[in-house]
Design a protein. Structure first.
Length: 344
């Protein structure tokens, strides 16, 4: 009996099958976001301190990088919690200004011929209590991160113990799986470069923003500088996220002129540094084109929430390493993802 050979799938059908697989995989990532997000953050942090680990030997190669990561996380988390608590205590003071702002907005809308009934209906869901509620939600959200922090620390501990052994395992696999080893090493190298670039630019932006806000008399300039530093890890739209809270607070505290000053300062400082200069270095350091970086932000934010926005570039860089660079059959697509004329 003759067995008929299976007809190979066409390129279009293979692309559709790959797309369907990607959709299912992303849906699974979204369902397990509470585990995958902290776990991948732990992986990127472990990789970020790998240059320090490579210079140490014995128990120090495991303990010192872990302690450095935990100290940085504690300092950043403590500063954010203190700043959020001050923000929550400050918000009730602006209830009257908030109501006057809404009244002024209603008068402007009425001047454009909009009926009072429509104005009241549009503004009915906006009240001063929302300011306090937003501040309280911020604090409760920070408190709700406790379980994620515990998971992060546990995974960090495990990865720190395994990092040295994993490096030796990769070295042994070089002869049998050269493409996979090269792809993973490139991912680690690109991740380190990406975090260095984002951290350096983030510190520059945070210092400049804090100084500008202090000169303009905006309350809590250190909080907004810290927010600028954190949102600097969010590609392309981090500037807008970091701008909105201090601009609104400047409007409530000092009026339209100060708000315009905040927007102008952020546009000059943040937009030029974060949206024009930094992406050329950050995207190139992670081996991703600008278009892929933007798409990564949309996809991973949907799948993992706010943490996905911060980790969008490393996540896509990891997907490139595993799905494209590790296989000679698919390696041809690497220049399409990186946006480079020649393969890195």
């Amino acid at each position: 009996m003759l067995v008929k050979e299976a007809t190979p799938l066409s390129g279009g059908l293979r692309a559709l099958a790959a797309g369907a697989f990607a959709v299912v995989l992303l849906w699974g990532v979204e369902q397990l976001s509470a585990i995958i997000g902290p776990a991948f953050l732990a992986l990127t942090l472990t990789i970020a301190v790998s240059p320090l680990r490579n210079r140490l030997r014995g128990w120090a190669a495991t303990l010192v990088p872990l302690v450095v990561i935990l100290l940085v996380l504690c300092a950043l988390g403590g500063a954010l919690a203190i700043a959020a608590a001050r923000f929550a205590a400050l918000m009730p003071q602006y209830a009257d200004q908030y109501q006057r702002l809404l009244s002024s907005l209603g008068a402007v809308l009425h001047g454009f011929g909009i009926e009072q009934g429509q104005i009241k209906q549009a503004l009915s869901g906006i009240d001063a209590g929302r300011l306090v509620h937003a501040a309280q939600s911020l604090l409760s959200g920070l408190a709700g991160m406790a379980s994620a922090v515990v998971l992060l620390v546990l995974v960090l501990y495990g990865m720190s113990l395994d990092a040295v052994t994993f490096r030796r395992t990769l070295a042994r696999l070089t002869a049998t799986r050269p493409h996979l080893v090269t792809a993973l090493r490139r991912f680690a190298r690109d991740t380190c470069r990406y975090f260095v670039v984002c951290t350096v630019f983030g510190l520059i932006v945070a210092v400049l923003d804090t100084a500008a806000l202090a000169l303009l008399g905006v309350p809590l300039p250190l909080l907004w500088g810290l927010l600028s530093f954190i949102t600097n890890y969010i590609p392309n739209v981090g500037f807008v996220i970091g701008l909105a809270p201090p601009a609104v607070l400047a409007l409530l505290d000092s009026g339209v002129t100060t708000m315009a000053g905040v927007i102008g300062a952020y546009c000059v400082l943040n937009f030029v540094i974060q949206s024009i200069i930094q992406p050329k270095y950050a995207g190139a350091s992670a081996g991703l084109s600008t278009a892929v970086t933007i798409l990564s932000l949309l996809v991973w934010t949907w799948a993992l929430g706010a943490l996905g926005a911060i980790l969008a570039v490393p996540l896509s860089s990891f997907a490139r390493a595993v799905l494209i660079d590790a296989d000679p059959v698919t390696a041809w697509a690497s220049p399409l993802v990186s946006g480079r004329d020649e393969e890195a």
